[in-house]
Design a protein. Sequence first.
Length: 228
Amino acid sequence: MSFDPTPRQKLFLLQLLFAGGTAGMKDLKPEFTRADRTPLKAAKWVDERKVERSLEFSLTDAGWGWVEAHLGDAIEIGSDTAAAAGALQQVLPRIASYLAATGVRLADVVRTKQTPDPQDNIDPGESQASTEPARAHTAIEAACLRLGGGVDRQRLRLADVRNELGDWDRAAQDKAFLELATSGRLVLYGMSDPQEIQADDRAAELKTPSGEARHLVYWIGHRGKTVG
């Protein structure tokens, strides 16, 4: 289903994302109205359930994939300053926790530039060690496109992608997946429904530097553009 959320809906999606994927009505500022959430539910990006006398909302796998793939998009705040402030209030404590857990300095994060495409400017005379990451990236791209029928922006199980990679070393796979995620060419995310996680999903699980489990791959393409 093709759906383009409004700026206000994008801000609520960001609040849910930065809250860890799930938040109660009282945690979303300003009120997440029926008009805001009905289209998101219809697009299957947000689930809603009643908890005691209030409502709780969760991002679905499709919702996680869309938001993570569009984190760099411009957002028109307009009069929705409260919703923008709510998203900011959700993400800042999580950034602080991540920095404390990893030892990464904030300056290193905000000054980081987009990782260059590993296919650019490769010298044929470079050593095997220096070209290995580029080969791993290419192998993952080929696997994702095979599974996605030659089309990017597809939701793929990490277990299926790993199977396509054959004999590639697991550590090399994980390193390449994280590098591609950092460069914005793919998104890694978890399954929101624990009952959906099968034994092969657990076996293929990838842990992010912050310790979060990832079971799905959302291939975006070269710098976010369709690979053709």
